[in-house]
Write a protein that binds this ligand. Structure first.
Ligand code: GLY
Length: 393
C-alpha cells in the first residue's frame, strides 16, 4: 500500500481518523456477526442481513456486490494489521473461484467489481498466485461480452436478448481495469484492445455536450451505429443519475492510468466539474443530479463516496496543473466531511458504514439504505486521505 498521506489540517485529520476508527470497529462487529457469510447488497433499516438467492444457503456468494465486502476486509487488514480481517478475506476466495467454475451469476459486466477487490487484491497484497489465476479466468469470461462490431462490452442480459444487445453502461468503466490488469499480467492482448475500444465509445457517447452523462447507451450490434442514450436507475433518459456521473469521473480517471493517450483526463475533469456544480452545499448528492435541497428526494451517499475517490484519483494525475489538482482535492475533502458528519453509521443501530444511499429509486430498491459499494468507497476515501491508499483497481 502506498502510504503517502495527503496534507490535512488538524481538524480534518482528527475528523477522518475518528471516522476511520469507527468504520474499522463497525467492520469488526459485522465480521463477527457474519463469519464467512456475505451481507446483502443493501441494508434495510440500516442493518445488513445475509444475502439470499434461490436455494443457495443464506449468505452464499452471489450477485454483483460481494467483491466490495471482501475488498473492505482486505483494506481493513491493510489499515489495521488485524489478522482476522485477512483470514476472512482469504477464506472468501474459494467462493469467487466456485462462482467462475459453476457460472454462478457471472453473465454480466460487473466482473471487475467482483474480482478486482477480492482475487486481484489477494495477488497484489499476498502474492497469491492461485487468486491471480482465478482473476485471469474472470477477465477471460468478461471478454465473452465484447461485441466487436459495436466495440463495447454489453452490460446486462443474454447476448441474444434484443432489449439488451448492444447496450453499454457508464458503470462498466470501473470494470475495465480487470481487462487492463489481465492484459499486463500475461493475458491475451485482445483484452487491452477491447478495453480501449469500449473506452473510446464511452468517451464519445456516454458523456453529453453539457458534461453530464447518460446512464446507458445503445448501439446497433451488427453495424456498430450509435443509436440512443437511456437510463435504468436515473430519473429520466436525459437527466444525470448521480452515481452514474460518479462512476464516470472515477472510471475515466482510473483508466487514464492504462490509456494515457485517449484524452480521458479531460473527460473526467468535465464530469467532475458537473458533479461539483450540482452537489448540494453539504457535499452529499441527491440520487439524481436534477434534484437539490428542498426537493424532498433522498440522497445517494454512495455517489458522493465514489466521487470523492474519483476526485482524489483525478487530482493525482494532474501533476502539471496544481491549481486544478488542489480544487479537486478540496472538493473531495468537502464531500468526505459531509459523509462523515451526516452519514457515518454506528453500532448498535447499524452494522454498516455509510447511511443514506440509494440502489435504484425508479425500482424502489434500497432507498435510503446503506450499500456494500457505498461502504467500500467510503472506506477507500478515508484510506486515501489518511494513508495514500488508492484502492484495488
Ligand atoms: N453498478 C450498479 C449500480 O451502481 O447500481
Amino acid at each position: 500500500m502506498n502510504m503517502t498521506t495527503l496534507p490535512l489540517n488538524a481538524a480534518d485529520r482528527d475528523l477522518f481518523r475518528g471516522a476511520l476508527d469507527q468504520a474499522l470497529a463497525q467492520l469488526e462487529g459485522t465480521l463477527a456477526e457474519f463469519g464467512a457469510r456475505f451481507p446483502d447488497d443493501t441494508a434495510p433499516q440500516d442493518r445488513y442481513r445475509p444475502r439470499r438467492w434461490l436455494d443457495y444457503p443464506d449468505g452464499a456468494n452471489s450477485g454483483w456486490t460481494t467483491g466490495f465486502w471482501t475488498g473492505m476486509l482486505w483494506l481493513a487488514h491493510e489499515l489495521s494489521g488485524q489478522s482476522a480481517f485477512r483470514a476472512a478475506a482469504h477464506a472468501h476466495l474459494a467462493s469467487f473461484e466456485a462462482r467462475l467454475e459453476r457460472r454462478i451469476q457471472i453473465d454480466h459486466h460487473d466482473l471487475g467489481f467482483l474480482y478486482m477487490p477480492s482475487c486481484v487484491a489477494a495477488w497484489r497484497i499476498r502474492g497469491d498466485a492461485h487468486a491471480r489465476t482465478v482473476a485471469l479466468g474472470a477477465a477471460d469470461y468478461l471478454m465473452r461480452r465484447y461485441l466487436p462490431r459495436a466495440g463495447i462490452i454489453q452490460a446486462w442480459g443474454d447476448l441474444d436478448d434484443p432489449a439488451q444487445r448492444g447496450r453499454m453502461i457508464i458503470d462498466c468503466l470501473m470494470n475495465l481495469p480487470l481487462l487492463h490488469w489481465a492484459g499486463s499480467a500475461g493475458g491475451d492482448a485482445r483484452y487491452r484492445d477491447a478495453a480501449l475500444s469500449h473506452l473510446e465509445r464511452s468517451r464519445d457517447f456516454l458523456v453529453r455536450a453539457d458534461d453530464s452523462s447518460f446512464h446507458t447507451y445503445h448501439f446497433d450490434p451488427e453495424t456498430g451505429a450509435p443509436l440512443y442514450g437511456s437510463t435504468a436507475q436515473g430519473l429520466a433518459d436525459d437527466s444525470c443519475w448521480a452515481r452514474g456521473q460518479a462512476w464516470g469521473m472515477y472510471g475515466f480517471a482510473l483508466n487514464h492510468r492504462h490509456a494515457p493517450d485517449l484524452g480521458l483526463l479531460a473527460v473526467a475533469m468535465r464530469q467532475a466539474d458537473y458533479f461539483i456544480a450540482h452537489v448540494p452545499p453539504n457535499g452529499i448528492a441527491y440520487w439524481d443530479l436534477a434534484f437539490g435541497p428542498g426537493s424532498g428526494e433522498p440522497w445517494d451517499s454512495s455517489a458522493s463516496a465514489i466521487a470523492a475517490c474519483g476526485l482524489l484519483e483525478l487530482a493525482d494525475h494532474l501533476t502539471g496543473d496544481e491549481a486544478s489538482a488542489e480544487r479537486y482535492r478540496a472538493a473531495a475533502l468537502h464531500m468526505l466531511r459531509g459523509l462523515v458528519t451526516h452519514c457515518a453509521a454506528r453500532a448498535p443501530a447499524s452494522n454498516a458504514l455509510l447511511l443514506h444511499g440509494v440502489y435504484s429509486k425508479p425500482h424502489g430498491q434500497g432507498v435510503d439504505e446503506p450499500s456494500l459499494w457505498g461502504d467500500y468507497f467510503y472506506l477507500e476515501a478515508l484510506a486515501r486521505v489518511l494513508h495514500g491508499a488508492n484502492g484495488y483497481w
